[in-house]
Design a protein around this ligand. Structure first.
Ligand code: URA
Length: 409
């Protein structure tokens, strides 16, 4: 087989066979296919799309490139994945809730990507918290406390790892077939029996409209049924940051507030309860209504928070040593009015500027910095009211940041 012939075929919008996809993608992993050739193929896929058969084949090639985890008799393993957002700390809340309802949770999470935060960076703001668990440790922790959250092990879907890094720098991230096979291969190789996908849509998300999100949702369900996995999807808004806080320590502290039942009725707590209810419904094979009763009871009785403390302890974390920067700056309302919009992307960009995320792969994350919104959409404000508090380490020039709040009549 000749690489250029395969690239040409996809450029012309023709369907690639399993063998052709295998040749190119495994070739890229072992170095016989070069960056420029793979970039050309990815762009051709972005422009011409893929058939369902190609997508199933690609998902299989990704899965088979590494280890496949199996948790044996641990019960029905339900996993949840978010396509990424600003201020999205739902995993920190949901994993302990679901585990406290008796559904085992093995969560493999990622670091921040672009302007979106990552669960692993958030957990590392808890001093001592070990995110690098071996498969053996995951299994023993699952037996002991029913939940683990860790970084993806090196040998899980290694092709996805190298392809994702290339997509990130070749404007080929937001291809629906590529997103679907990337996420689904990780979930299946990670040992999930049932999968819940939270597809984010809006300014601060990978997908900008509901039509694209629906296409992705349908495709993931199809991949799931091909692999005999139940897949449910939720499409949720990412035009506005999720919750009050963005930034690693701040987001962990906000998640704790929800686990302690102190932030009911917000968009964030409602989404956490909804996603956790879906997971419990899948894991226990009960209706979502019944699952929601269990979820609310677990929160109200403090069981979810206790499970979170067990999780932190099992992975070596010390909550009492967490730090938030003592240096702060304030964004104030320039006029009287009502908050009409809070721009998620502008919050994401500011958060990176403060040091809560990375501008290059090599950057170190500052866990102590971030943004706490003081007002949410619909709140009335007077000129001079504090709209947000920035936790900084180096003072920033507030005149040079993108507008976050839109205030109207
Ligand atoms: N998250 C992933 O893991 N893969 C994608 O392609 C997009 C979001």
């Amino acid at each position: 087989m000749v690489v250029v012939d395969v690239l040409n075929k996809k450029r012309l919008g023709k369907e690639l066979s399993y063998q052709e996809l295998d040749f190119i993608f495994n070739g890229y992993l072992n170095g016989t296919v070069k960056d420029y050739q793979m970039s050309a193929l990815l762009m051709a896929i972005c422009i011409n799309g893929m058939s369902d058969e190609e997508i199933f084949a690609l998902t299989k090639i990704f899965i088979d490139s590494g280890d496949i985890l199996d948790f044996g008799d641990a019960g029905i393993i339900v996993d949840k994945h978010s396509t990424g957002g600003i201020g999205d700390k739902t995993t920190l809340v949901i994993a302990p809730i679901v585990a406290s309802c008796g559904v085992p949770v093995v969560k493999m999470s990622g670091r921040g990507l672009g302007y979106t935060g990552g669960t692993i960076d958030k957990l590392e703001s808890i001093p001592g918290f070990n995110v690098n668990l071996t498969d053996e440790k995951v299994k023993s922790q699952l037996k002991k406390i029913g939940v683990s959250i860790s970084s993806q092990t090196a040998n899980l879907t290694p092709i996805d790892k190298v392809i994702y890094a290339l997509r990130d720098v070749t404007a080929t991230v937001s291809s629906i077939p590529l997103v679907a096979s990337s996420i689904m291969s990780k979930k299946i190789a990670g040992g999930a029996d049932k999968i819940l996908i939270d597809i984010k849509v809006g300014k601060g998300a990978l997908l900008k409209n509901r039509e694209e999100a629906k296409k992705l949702a349908d495709l993931m369900v199809k991949i799931g049924s091909f692999y005999q996995r139940e897949v449910r999807t939720v499409i949720s808004d990412m035009n506005t940051p999720l919750g009050y806080c963005t930034g690693n320590s701040l987001e962990v502290l906000e998640a704790i507030e929800i686990l302690k039942g102190r932030q009911y009725g917000t968009v964030l707590s409602d989404l956490c309860i909804d996603l956790a209810s879906e997971m419990v419904s899948m894991g226990k094979e009960i209706s979502k209504q019944d699952a929601k009763i269990m979820v609310l009871e677990s929160l109200n009785k403090g069981r979810a928070y206790e499970k979170f403390l067990e999780l932190v302890k099992a992975q070596g974390g010390h909550l009492e040593k967490m730090k938030v920067s003592k240096k702060t700056q304030r964004i104030k309302a320039p006029i009287d009015g009502v908050i009409k919009k809070i721009d998620a992307l502008a919050v994401g960009k500011l958060s990176i500027e403060l040091g809560a995320g990375r501008k290059t792969k090599e950057d170190k994350v500052d866990h102590t910095v971030g943004i706490k919104l003081n007002k949410l959409i619909g709140d009335k404000v007077k000129k001079g009211d504090i709209l947000a508090i920035l936790y900084v380490n180096d003072k920033i020039d507030l005149d040079n940041i993108e507008t976050i709040f839109t205030i109207g009549e």
